[in-house]
Design a protein around this ligand. Structure first.
Ligand SMILES: *Cc1c(COP(=O)(O)O)cnc(C)c1O
Length: 387
């Protein structure tokens, strides 16, 4: 091999989580195209919904254009309307809070448990109590499963039952994870998945609403297809949306779902290698606690700058110089300019995780030599000696 080629290979950019698609996906999409079902809906959408229902263990699934659309319609179908208050986790991607605002409701942010970053059930209880006392009880709770770890639904569902508030679980990041042995996506009155490009499986863009509630599923389906009444002429009595998944993308999703366990296994391998590496690095911990019920979507670390030679932000810059992508944890919603005025129950835990957290390359598509390159840069930086 020429040195030039060697050089270009060794400096190829390493991404955090590139879509993992190949020949199987090509074959499924090509077959869907050749079948003539190009428009939204079709046999691959039906099959994708059926396969996902079976996988997660729920009665109904509605494939949609995105996870954001699924949150939006899930809230509408649960009766959320203008001026309602919807409680959610401050430690999340903006999509969760954005979708709440689409209904005209106001998000109310609750801070994190220090280990997992997921919504702290005791704070949630306090928030729901305070909202009742103020005369503005919460209309719904949207817990978020952060970076592949399901929230503590045992505690969350108990608290929400006590206050009579329905739960819409944002499981966009947790497909394949479990809580108390039950699949992520099977909790709450309904749950939402995302198949965006960087998620554990992708349809390039897409999402799904999962529920055991037949009426809720029917309402989401109805709203997602422009709220058309079942008559031959186009009759409308509600405002609808164009939120259904296209048949071609569902075909891609079916190929991905058939490989989901293999892709999870590969991400688990990276997690284990990172764990082994950081076990001997003082001041750095793998984020999230133990892995028993994780889907290993992304591996993140928490850096204690008082102990390590660099901060998480300096480490990110060093990795970037070596052409390796890494990213801080989600910047909490209560710190975002757009949501700065929103109310919440905030302790500062999520802010600390944001300031010290860094997500490392974790994709199932990543070749092993790329992980070796990441570990080499980490070793050079953190140990100041070769591994
Ligand atoms: C990705 C994501 C979403 C949004 O899903 P899209 O399919 O990108 O619309 C919602 N919530 C969380 C927590 C996410 O990570």
């Amino acid at each position: 091999m020429s040195t030039k080629l060697e050089e270009s290979l060794s400096t190829e950019r390493i991404y955090m989580s590139k879509p993992d698609v190949g020949e199987l996906e090509e074959q499924y999409v090509l077959e869907a195209m050749r079948s003539g079902w190009i428009a939204p809906l079709g046999p691959d959408v039906d099959a994708f919904e059926a396969e996902m229902k079976a996988r997660v263990g729920v009665d109904h699934a509605v494939a949609l254009a995105s996870g954001t659309a699924a949150i939006h319609l899930g809230l509408l179908a649960m009766g959320i309307k203008a001026d309602d208050i919807v409680v959610t986790s401050t430690m999340t991607f903006a999509a969760t809070a954005n979708a709440i605002t689409y209904t005209g409701a106001t998000p109310y942010f609750v801070d994190s448990d220090a280990i997992t970053g997921n919504i702290d059930p005791e704070l949630l209880q306090r928030a729901l109590q305070e909202l009742v006392e103020k005369g503005t009880p919460a209309a719904a709770v949207v817990p978020v499963d952060l970076l592949g770890k399901a929230a503590d639904y045992t505690a969350i569902e108990a608290v929400c039952r006590e206050f009579g508030v329905p739960v819409l679980a944002d499981a966009a990041e947790s497909l394949g994870a479990t809580h108390a042995g039950k699949q992520a996506g099977s909790f709450g009155r309904a749950a939402v998945l995302s198949f965006n490009g960087n998620k554990i499986m992708t349809t390039s863009g897409g999402g799904m609403l999962l529920t055991d509630d037949e009426d809720l599923a029917a309402q989401v389906r109805y709203l997602s297809t422009q709220a058309r009444q079942p008559v031959v002429h186009y009759e409308h009595t509600d405002i609808g949306y164009n939120y259904r998944m296209s048949n071609l993308l569902a075909a891609l999703g079916r190929a991905q779902l058939s490989r989901l366990d293999d892709m999870i296994e590969r991400r688990e391998m990276w997690r284990n290698k990172y764990r082994e590496f950081f076990a001997t690095v003082p001041g750095i911990e793998i984020f999230g606690g133990n892995d028993a019920e994780d889907n290993y979507w992304l591996t993140s670390i928490i850096v204690d700058p008082a102990v390590t030679p660099v901060s998480s932000d300096e480490l990110r810059a060093i990795l970037d110089q070596a052409n390796i992508e890494s990213r801080p944890l989600w910047k909490p919603m209560h710190m975002q300019p757009v949501f700065m005025g929103s109310a919440g129950t905030i302790t500062g835990v999520s802010q600390g995780l944001y300031e010290r957290g860094l997500t490392l390359p974790s994709g199932s598509q990543m070749p092993e030599d790329q992980l070796v390159r990441v570990l080499k840069v980490l070793a050079d930086t953190l140990r100041r000696e070769p591994q």
